[in-house]
Structures are given as structure tokens and as C-alpha cells.
Design a binder for this molecule. Structure first.
Ligand code: 4NP
Length: 174
């Protein structure tokens, strides 16, 4: 059924999406890569600007953790070009939507004093199976943690993409 074109393509472009974790070498770079790949697969690559950052500064300039790169590669996703960044208030203010991986990340990002706190949300609020609403940190655990994080991130990014497509009228953008 045809609908008025004004119903589509509403809001800013590109929509700026920022994923945040602690180190920016495991969970948030995976979310960045997965979300970007899903947007590309939907023909919406130019509709989104996708970034990630960590609340900590240990891994600035570093590629993702080798175990995260390997897990992503086993699913056909190359994270090797990503480099660690630290989040600051300006990065939060530039983004339209900020998704944080756990409750400590939420506390730490809010402590930076962003202009708009409401756009900072727990990533797993959008997970159809949210458990405790946090993405477990795989960094200090065994190898299984990375595969589990991949599953969580894949299904939650798909849910977020669906929500943003609807919110910004992208359903007919392709
Ligand atoms: P991420 O995992 O927050 O998912 O990137 C971590 C990576 C590094 C450290 C902690 C968590 N670290 O303490 O260096």
C-alpha cells in the first residue's frame, strides 16, 4: 500500500549510534561491527554513523582483543581495523543514541555529565532475552564468554536496528 512520503525518512541523517563498554576491545567494538554489518545488509549503511568507545583509557589506539577478533571472524565479521577510543562528554553529546554494556558503564558515562542523559541506555534493554540487562565482560573469563557475548550482541543489535528503522522512518529508505 502506498503511503505519503513524508511518513518516511524522518529525523537526522546519519543517525549517530555509539556503543560503550569498559575497555573498548571486546563488547563495544563487537557491537559496532555487528550493527554496521546489519545496517549494510539492510541497505542502510549511509543512514547510520556507528562508533564505539570505552570508559577506560588502557586500550586507546589498540585493536580489539585477539579472542574477540577470532570469535567475530568465525561468524564472518572482521573487526581487525577497529582501534580503541575513550569516551568523553563531547562524544556522548555528538551521538543520537548511546548503548552501554553494563550498569557500571551507565554510571561512568552519566558521570561525564552529558547534556542529555535519556539517550544513554543499557544495550540489553533491547535484548528479547535481557537476563540481568548487562552484557557480561568476557575479558577475564574463559573462551566461551566470547561466543556468548557474540550471541547477545547479534540479537540485540538486530532489535536495536529494527527499533531505529521504525523510529526514524527508514522502513522504505532502501
Ligand atoms: P570490554 O572488556 O569492556 O568489553 O572491552 C574489557 C577489556 C579490557 C579490560 C576490561 C574489560 N581491562 O581491564 O583492560
Amino acid at each position: 500500500m502506498s503511503q505519503p512520503s513524508a511518513a518516511f525518512s524522518s529525523g537526522p541523517r546519519p543517525v549517530r549510534v555509539l556503543f560503550v563498554c569498559l575497555g573498548n576491545i571486546c563488547r563495544s567494538p563487537l557491537a559496532e561491527g555487528v550493527f554496521r554489518a546489519q545496517a549494510e545488509a539492510a541497505g542502510l549503511a549511509d543512514q547510520f554513523h556507528v562508533t564505539s568507545a570505552g570508559t577506560g583509557d588502557w586500550h586507546i589506539g589498540n585493536p580489539p582483543d585477539a579472542r574477540m577478533i577470532a570469535t567475530a571472524a568465525s561468524h564472518g565479521l572482521d573487526l581487525g581495523a577497529l582501534r580503541g577510543e575513550q569516551v568523553d562528554a563531547a562524544a556522548l553529546d555528538r551521538a543520537h543514541h548511546v548503548f552501554v554494556m553494563d550498569k557500571q558503564n551507565l554510571q561512568d558515562t552519566l558521570a561525564l555529565g552529558p547534556e542529555d542523559e535519556a539517550k544513554i541506555r543499557l544495550f540489553r534493554e533491547f535484548d528479547p532475552q535481557p537476563d540481568d540487562y548487562q552484557v557480561p565482560d568476557p575479558y577475564f573469563g574463559d573462551g566461551d564468554g566470547f561466543e556468548r557475548v557474540y550471541d547477545i550482541v547479534e540479537r540485540t543489535c538486530a532489535a536495536i536496528l529494527g527499533r531505529l528503522r521504525a523510529a526514524y522512518g527508514m522502513e522504505r529508505a532502501v
